[in-house]
Each structure stands twice: as C-alpha cells, then as structure tokens.
Ligand binder design. Structure first.
Ligand code: DOR
Ligand code: ZN
Length: 388
C-alpha cells in the first residue's frame, strides 16, 4: 500500500514539475519572439526640412522642435535665403517660434544658402564665418517648389564649389534634371548621368548630400562613391511607391518631388536605409502646403511629415525587422557626416496605436493636411502631446 501511495505521489509530482517547466519554457520562447513595445534611442535630427516663413512658422517650428534636436532648414523661401545675412535673419524668425518647454528649447536650426549663379566664393567664406550656415542647396532651375532662381548649369558655379570643397561646406543636391522632354520618372537617373558624375569628377573632395533619393540608381551611385557622398531618404519613399499615389484615385498628399517611384525602387531604398551604412540618413523633406493648394487641379508637391516622421521611420524599419538600425539612421550618421556632435539626450518610442490628425491650423484660417491624415500609426514619440 505504501509503495502505491509513493508511486502516485511521485507521478503527481512529476506531472506538476513537467507542467511548470513547460510553462516557463513557453514564457522564455514568447519573450524571445515578442515584438519590442518600447525603445529608447539617441535624440534624432532632421537633415532636410522646409519650415517656410512668416505665419507658417507658428505651425512648423513647434513640430520640428518637439521631434528633432537640430534641423537643416531649406532655403527655398520667396525670395530665397541667398546670403549669410539672410540666413541669420531667417534663423531668428525660426527661433522666435520655438515653444517654451525644455525639449523644444534645445532645438537648433541649421541654416542653408540657396545656390544662385550670382553666389560668389566670398559669399561662401562669409557663410562659413557666420557660424550658422551649415550647407548650400543646389536646385536645378525649375526642378521644384520655388526653384526658379536655381542653377541652369553647374559650370556657372565652379568658384563656389571649389571654395566649398576647400572649406568642407556640404553641397545639398536636389538631383533631378528639368528638361521638359525627360520623363518625370527618369529625371533622377538622368541627373546622375548628366550632372552628378561631372560634379564629382571636377570636385572629388566636395562633401555632397544627394537629397531625398528615390531610385535604386541613386542608392547604387551613392554606394559607389567615397565617404564624402551621402544621401537622405524621406519616410514616404521608404513606405510608399507610385501605386499609393495613383491607384484607386489620385492622392495629392502622396505627391512630392522627386515623385514616388515603382516598388522595386522602394525596396532598394528600404534595404540601404536599414543596412546600417552611414552614407544614408534621415531627411524628412517635410514640406507644408495649405490643404487647398494640394487638393487642387494643379496640386503642389510636398508631404508634411514633421510631426509623424519618427513613427513612420520606425514602421518602415520594423517592416523589414531592422528596428535595431533605426538609431544610426535617425540620430548618428547625419551628425557624423556634417561633423557635428551626436546629441547627448534620448527619445523614447512606445508601441501604441494612434490616429494622425486630419489637419493642423495653418496660416490665416487655413489648414495643413499631414501625410497619413486620419490613418492609424503604431508608434508614439514621447512626450506624445508635444510631438504631434
Ligand atoms: O515635394 C517637394 N516639396 N520637393 C521639393 O523638393 C520641395 C518641396 C517644397 O518646398 O514644397
Ligand atoms: Zn526639400
């Protein structure tokens, strides 16, 4: 009888032990495969943003300042930012709109000059001496919004490029040719063949950022160059392709320049952005246009993303299982390229579904529709109320 009791007890004990063990095993396995729900990265910068001027700054600056510690501010105002004095004055107008909270107060606008054919080598020296100008932007004349004062031929700017190369001032390039007969989907590739190759040939040490690249051709080109050639990539070019813009009705809020390309290009951009290669970094190209000017028979180019860019990049990186490469892209590679310190504070992203606002107030009684308006995103930047 005793032996029977002992055996039964033994059996019970073994079953319990086995159950407990398998539960523990299950927990360990699910922890290993469970999605990350919160993660903290070095605070990011935005190496390409359009803040506009005047009343627009009341909308754009708080979003930029809450989400980024520094931002390269594009100079395509009307009239453009052409001299160091213009840049200093524009910077003051931006700073006047920075909110009072401790996060926004860290915001540092980094200024750029608009390259016109009348810019001189002396202007470049003055710009570097000013301490506020961190780059010069090249718009091929007529390529995009407010680019009428741009460059018609790079040979008209050789003194300026030589001075920039000598002083290490980066040239930011909108890489599209503008000839009317070139198909809009081929303009980036043609720019590489017709302009970029010559530019680098003549100024092999010039620091160049190929801005908002959209094609595998541009990604391959940047990969084939030295350390002085890098590229920014927007969230929309990582997450979307031309089907999102054109299938099932034209979606004007996906319209930007360079235009979204086919899916095979999107895939390559996602590959290089998430590869950890320091040549590729964040540049949202957040570009506000009042809603009625985008939802229009002749709609403006530009996606407004400053308030949602980090969640969008997180979503893009997570879609290929590369969240671990996000921090380099958003917070390290750009600062290193520009020769600036890496931000010392951190930002936390939390997985929590939320709905992007339908619009923000903009200018005098108008609105601004952000990219993904009304859609649900997976990630929130903390503190959430500031960020959006
Ligand atoms: O879509 C764009 N919008 N691309 C640019 O290059 C300029 C920008 C703007 O300023 O609106
Ligand atoms: Zn831009």
């Amino acid at each position: 009888y005793d032996a029977q009791v002992f055996q039964r007890f033994n059996y019970r004990f073994l079953t319990l032990f086995f159950k407990a063990f398998s539960k523990l095993f299950e927990e360990i396995m699910s922890a290993a495969t469970a999605p990350i729900n919160t993660f903290t990265i070095t605070a990011p910068d935005d190496w390409h943003i359009h803040l506009r001027d005047g009343q627009a700054l009341a909308t754009t600056v708080p979003h930029a300042a809450a989400n980024f510690r520094r931002a390269i501010c594009m100079p395509n105002l009307v009239p453009p930012v052409k001299t160091a004095a213009d840049a200093i004055a524009y910077r003051e107008r931006i700073l006047a709109q920075v909110p009072n909270d401790s996060i926004s107060q860290q915001f540092e606008p980094l200024m750029t000059l608009y390259l016109t054919e009348s810019l001189t080598a002396e202007d470049i020296e003055a710009a570097v001496d000013s301490g506020v100008v961190k780059a010069v932007k090249l718009y091929p004349a007529g390529a995009t919004t407010n680019s009428a004062d741009g460059v018609s031929h790079i040979n008209h700017c050789t003194d300026v490029f030589a001075k920039m190369e000598a002083l290490g001032l980066p040239l930011l390039v909108h890489g599209e040719v503008t000839h009317h007969h070139i198909d809009i989907f081929d303009r980036e590739k043609r720019f590489i063949d017709e302009v970029m190759v010559n530019l680098i040939d003549k100024f092999p040490k010039l620091k160049i950022v190929f801005e908002h690249i959209t094609t595998s051709d541009a990604a391959d080109f940047v990969l084939s160059q030295g350390k002085n050639v890098a590229a920014t990539i927007t969230p929309q070019h990582l997450l979307f392709n031309r089907n999102h813009l054109l299938v099932g009705g034209i979606k004007p809020h996906f319209y930007c320049l360079p235009i979204l390309k086919r899916q095979s290009h999107q895939k390559v951009l996602l590959d290089v952005a998430t590869s950890g290669n320091p040549k590729f970094f964040i540049g949202t190209d957040s570009a506000p246009h009042a809603t009625h000017t985008k939802e229009n028979a002749c709609g403006c180019a530009g996606c407004y993303s400053a308030s949602i860019a980090l969640p969008l990049y997180a979503q893009a990186f997570e879609s290929v299982g590369k969240l671990d490469k996000l921090e380099g892209f958003t917070s390290i590679h750009g600062a290193k390229f520009y020769g600036l310190p890496i931000n010392s504070d951190k930002v936390t992203l939390v997985r929590e579904a939320w709905q992007v606002p339908e619009h923000y107030p903009y200018l005098d009684g108008k609105d601004l529709t952000p990219l993904m308006a009304g859609q649900t995103l997976d990630w929130k930047v903390m503190p959430f109320n500031l960020a959006v």
